[in-house]
Ligand binder design. Sequence first.
Ligand SMILES: *Cc1c(COP(=O)(O)O)cnc(C)c1O
Length: 374
Amino acid sequence: MTESMTQMAVSGVQGLRPYQPGKPVDELERDLGIRNIIKLASNENPLGPSSRVVDAIRSHLPELARYPDGSGFRLKKALAGKLGVAPEQITLANGSSEVLGLSASIFLSEKSRAVYSEHAFAMYPIVIQAVGARAVVAPASTAASRQRYGHDLDAMLRCVDADTRVVFIANPNNPTGTYLTDSALDGFLSELPKSVLCVVDEAYFEYVGVKDYPDTIGWLDRYPNLIVTRTFSKAYGLAGLRVGYSVSHPEMADLLNRLRQPFNVNALGLVAAEAALDDDEHVLHSKTVNAAGLQQLVSAFEERGLESIPSVANFVTVDVKRPAADVYERLLHQGVIVRLVENYDLPGHLRITVGTEEENRSFISALDCAVADD
Ligand SMILES: *Cc1c(COP(=O)(O)O)cnc(C)c1O
């Protein structure tokens, strides 16, 4: 594309830098010609989807000439039943990332501001900048507590002014794995002006096992300016299909519905998500395997004197105490893909997705090799 074409783009887009995903397995195979690659870079479920999902997809294949149900009737009904809300409160999306973008498009303009935390998920600055709004980054918590690197809600509240229209909160946050308690988040929402939309991103909801994690969906009656986003990409093991959703006040859902593409969730995604919801056991098993794997990784880090950020999700970010890009490269050469988090202002750190026990073990021995000769 020529320079003049870039100059013709709206100013927000001119300055955009694309989201950097984890390196795909295929790409590493092409680059280095190695096999048996272990990818612990995108917080995917190492167990894959439920077998019921695979069956449902297979039986739907002959129907692919048909457009999907643009209203997502069956999936919304199933979700509504499970979550105890009305179907009118649910908006289906092409991954929950789509809801983040739609929220920004609906509420932000070049005259407004949006707030998120330092070390927060990288999609927030992208969706804010894409619509030309001003991003305001609140400093993260520095307290020497479990919450270090996590969102500092008081600091976020201080960033809210008359021009603020949206606040993005990740709970738990990626890449830190930190979480906000029910009392902390409830307190924040009660202080937040009702004219400011609060997007609470719960992409890792199903993995969280702590008792004081908020029941945000139960709060929707009290906070019409709240929108909760969730996804089938993580614990449900459907990242490749792109299905996410939000739960909100029906009026908010109506706005999202006006802007979304009419067939934003594809037909296989719809049937797969519906089947996935029907297999609680698979999610429960995934959660159990994850808890053990997280402990396996954290113990390995402790044994090696490496500090990791306490995580309630399916990944953990660790301070490798050397240039993280070097360690990342050395791991790649051993066929292990993890995630660099320099772009999250966490230099010296790597984010590791919890894999199966065997994958975790392979990663740990690759890490030992990667740091052995320095
Ligand atoms: C992975 C992730 C998402 C969602 O991704 P989708 O695949 O688009 O649903 C959203 N937020 C956070 C914090 C994530 O880590």
